[in-house]
Design a protein around this ligand. Structure first.
Ligand code: ZN
Length: 232
């Protein structure tokens, strides 16, 4: 990419003991293909991303790192010495890089799978997520974290470079709606990881069911917006 698309000068930067090369690349966007269907992606905490195909990217490792760091940070903040502050900065940089690396890896897999199967990607519209989600405090902290939003931002960016269309869908009740019969009820979720429809009996991992609902809504959003294009 550098040899073919580099624009202007590049900067070699030393940050936190690591060397980075900053270079601007002007890459032509490939033509977006017309998707046959959508790959729905449910973003979460226990599972960072779960697709409508049932592929899960567990967040266990990332959450472990976060919790360990949070405890350590609290201790260092209490200490308040110069060396404690230096260690705090180093820690937050390392955690940010680890989270970003995880998000890049997951995004790449999602986009590759969508491209391979000629599908678009459907995501929940994350804009309203803070207002929508009412959780106990520790989870709320995680949800507000930037890395959650970062994954939602990486997907459209990488998808565009691959010609994969991305749509954002209404996030309301995606976790409570049955992806088979569309019955919506809180009792469809006997526990955090299980979906069991009280109307038709459909059973699936809760995040995979949400992914399927998101995929279906993606198809509707695409059809509606393209019908409008055709009419115009
Ligand atoms: Zn059902």
């Amino acid at each position: 990419m550098l040899t073919e698309h580099r624009r202007g000068e590049s900067d070699l930067v030393l940050r936190g003991g690591n060397w980075y090369l900053y270079a601007t690349c002007d890459v032509p966007e490939p033509e977006q293909f017309d998707p046959a269907a959508f790959l729905g992606v449910d973003l979460g905490i226990v599972n960072i991303a779960t697709t409508s195909d049932g592929d899960r990217h567990a967040g266990r490792h990332l959450n472990q790192v976060r919790h360990k760091n949070r405890r350590l940070r609290a201790r260092l903040q209490k200490k308040g010495t110069k060396s404690a502050k230096r260690l705090l900065r180093k820690l937050s940089g390392r955690e940010a890089r680890f989270a970003a690396d995880t998000n890049h890896r997951i995004t790449k897999q999602l986009v590759t799978e969508a491209q391979r199967t000629c599908r678009g990607i459907a995501l929940e519209d994350l804009g309203g997520i803070r207002d929508r989600v009412r959780l106990r405090k520790p989870q709320r902290v995680t949800l507000h974290s930037w890395s959650f939003a970062q994954l939602g931002g990486f997907v459209p960016y990488k998808a565009t470079l691959a010609g994969v269309p991305v749509v954002f869908v209404d996030p309301r009740h995606t976790s409570q709606e049955c992806s088979r019969c569309h019955h919506i009820s809180r009792s469809n979720r006997p526990d955090q990881s299980t979906f069991l429809c009280t109307s038709c009996g459909f059973a699936e991992h809760a995040d995979a069911n949400a992914g399927r609902t998101i995929a279906q809504r993606g198809g509707v959003v695409w059809a509606v917006s393209h019908a409008a294009d055709d009419a115009a």
